[in-house]
Design a protein around this ligand. Structure first.
Ligand code: F6R
Length: 611
């Protein structure tokens, strides 16, 4: 969380930074700020989104060729002008932005208070900045040296960018646990939480690693470790086009991303799924196929929507591969002293590849000897790099805060892994294997079919937008889809929604059912369809409103529901990739009908790099 941008070079820094911050707003939008070097340090900051800052500083001195900018997701201190970054040191000569959490900041703060420091904000960032300034003063050293000394005392996670009025063309940056990319231009450098702020200027980037410090000048980039030894920067070529991070005519990124799914699932399958040859090629999995086949258990570790993908995968792996699977919330797993046995395989699922809980959970497990496979969207991200092997989801940049296309791409990858392992392990017969390869290959086309029903879904959104609560139910492969549908609705419409296994309804939630409660039942044709139909009857008997996701042609189920969302028929193993799509659209249209900013829902941020 929090987006950081930096620029040093011949261009005016301000427009580069503001444009970059707008692209990084998905990481937080509680406040925005910039610091520019122009004779002295000029700092402008404000509670609210980037556009609000922009408006408030029209006519101010925004010149300067070196600067830093920040968009905040509040951790320490409420969203306010004072808590907004950049912070300035007590002398006013240093400015700093920060993404992460300094865990021992209270102790550092007390030390500084004892020395007479006063603080203008409640943030951990201002503490670290003054701590650095104090070291610089006492040691008579430059900023780089002071940062290096300070970071040896710091616990927590951070990316920090600093400006020093005494070195007007230099940005000092350091990273531990939060992402930092440096773009290399001709006589200029760009810094960002991801590559989006620099895409139109350069495709050459360096991903900074933990415990590295960067000294960035217009024509020089020096990387060092905290022991002051130089490191050769590893320059990589970006494979993202600018169009991929723009709205392309859609009202919101979320809608664009929902509509991209036929293409993103296709991209994910392309080059891997060969229906004619009956083969699945995944080199990052093949290397570990033996260990997966012989694993005593597979642990899926993830958060949020990615955790829901793990739940679907649990059903698929157990069914097809006959391997015991456990699905863990990364945040619980990392603190639970879990038992890791030799032969355990961990699949870490993450869109951003930067989720702090998932990253630490897999690092702990790796230290205990587990094999880590990443199912990750963002190429070169921390989780991808911390994994032994795995597979990218190739869904392209996901900018809408609510995850959509990343989920279906995760399902596509996880299904391919399960099919590949089941085939090698011979726990699936050839006929079913070939049938499922075909079913998977047809998903992009079937998703496109569902998207054509958007007007109908929009009408339903209008009809149900004023409901206070929603219940989402599903069984088997569709149970995690119910959870995901409820999560999407909560996130962007702020309507309370709960997902439940359909049969659990009678153990409690049925008490909520009355004529005011819309119940979304995922009731596509599968092994337990008749059981879900009984659940629908139970809701109708209590006057609940049923909106069912049903398979095309299922007129019997349609007849007993108030409203239906229709998807093409598909094998139950691949069906979640279809049944989730109308639920994504329903949540989107309800959020829009209620007048909310669906791309930036309140209190949320896309990349959760704090615990
Ligand atoms: C929900 C959503 C979050 C993320 C979760 C994990 O729409 O986006 O629940 O799924 O924060 O993020 P990643 O997948 O980046 O690890």
């Amino acid at each position: 969380m929090c987006g950081i941008v930096g620029y040093t070079g011949p261009k005016d820094a301000y427009p580069v930074i503001i444009k970059g911050l707008k692209r990084l707003e998905y990481r937080g939008y509680d406040s925005t700020g910039v610091a520019l070097q122009n004779g002295s340090l000029k700092v402008y900051k404000k509670k609210g989104k980037v556009a609000e800052l922009e408006e408030s500083i029209v006519g101010k001195d925004l010149k300067g060729h070196t600067g830093i900018g920040h968009t905040r997701w509040a951790t320490h201190g409420e969203p306010s002008d004072a808590n907004a970054h950049p912070h300035q040191s007590a002398s006013g000569k240093l400015a700093m932005i920060h993404n992460g959490i300094i865990e021992n900041y209270t102790q550092l703060k007390q030390e500084l208070i004892n020395k007479g420091y006063q603080f203008k904000s409640e943030t951990d960032t201002e503490v670290l900045l003054n701590f650095i300034e104090e070291i610089k003063k006492n040691n008579h050293c430059n900023l780089e040296e002071a940062v290096r000394i300070a970071l040896k005392r710091v616990t927590g996670a951070y990316v920090i960018l600093l400006l020093d009025a005494e070195e007007p063309e230099t940005i000092i940056a350091a990273r531990k646990g939060s992402p930092l990319v440096i773009g290399i231009g001709k006589g200029e450098h760009f810094l960002g939480s991801d590559a989006s702020p620099m895409l139109e200027y350069t495709k050459e980037v360096v991903y900074v690693n933990d415990y590295e410090l960067a000294i960035v000048k217009p024509d020089e980039l020096i990387l060092k470790n905290l022991g002051n030894e130089k490191i050769t920067p590893y320059v990589q070529k970006l494979d993202i086009e600018l169009a991929a991070i723009e709205k392309g005519g859609y009202d919101h990124f979320m809608l664009k991303e929902i509509f991209e799914q036929p293409q993103t699932i296709f991209d994910c399958l392309r080059g891997r799924l060969d229906t004619t040859g009956g083969k699945i090629t995944m080199s990052g999995i093949q290397q570990y196929a033996g260990q997966i086949m012989n694993a005593n258990r597979i642990l899926m570790i993830a958060c949020g929507t990615s955790w829901h993908a793990g739940l679907v995968a649990e059903y698929i792996f157990e069914e097809l591969c006959r391997i015991n699977v456990e699905v863990e919330y990364a945040s619980e797993f990392r603190y639970r002293n879990p038992v890791i046995n030799p032969g355990d395989v961990i699949i870490a699922i993450s869109q951003s590849g930067e989720t702090a809980d998932t990253l630490v959970a897999i690092e702990n497990a790796k230290n205990q000897g587990a094999i880590i496979l990443g199912v990750v969207n963002v190429v070169g991200s921390s989780i991808a790099r911390a994994s032994h092997g795995g597979a990218y989801t190739h869904a392209g940049p996901e900018i809408g805060v609510a995850s959509t296309k990343a989920f279906t791409a995760q399902l596509a990858v996880l299904t391919m892994i399960a099919l590949k392992i089941a085939h090698e392990k011979q726990t699936i017969d050839q006929e079913r294997y070939l049938h499922l390869l075909n079913e998977l290959s047809e998903i992009p086309e079937k998703v496109a079919w569902v998207l054509k029903t958007k007007e109908k879904i929009q009408q339903l959104a209008e009809k149900y937008k004023d409901a206070r609560d929603f219940l989402y139910l599903g069984r088997g492969y569709n149970f995690p889809v119910a959870l995901e549908g409820a999560l999407k609705l909560k996130e962007i419409s702020y309507i309370h929604a709960e997902g439940y296994p359909a049969a659990e309804m009678k153990h409690g939630p049925i008490a909520l059912v009355d004529e005011h409660l819309p119940v979304v039942v995922v009731a596509t044709k599968d092994t337990y369809h008749h059981k879900v139909v009984s659940n629908i009857q139970e809701i109708k008997a209590r006057k609940g409103k049923v909106i069912a996701v049903i398979s095309e042609g299922d007129t019997d189920t349609a007849a007993m529901c108030d409203d239906v969302l229709i998807v093409p028929e598909a094998d139950e193993i691949v069906a979640p990739m279809l049944s989730v799509v109308p639920l994504q659209l329903l949540a989107y249209y309800i959020g829009v009908a209620k007048g909310y900013d669906v791309d930036k829902p309140r209190n949320l941020a896309k990349s959760v790099t704090v615990e």
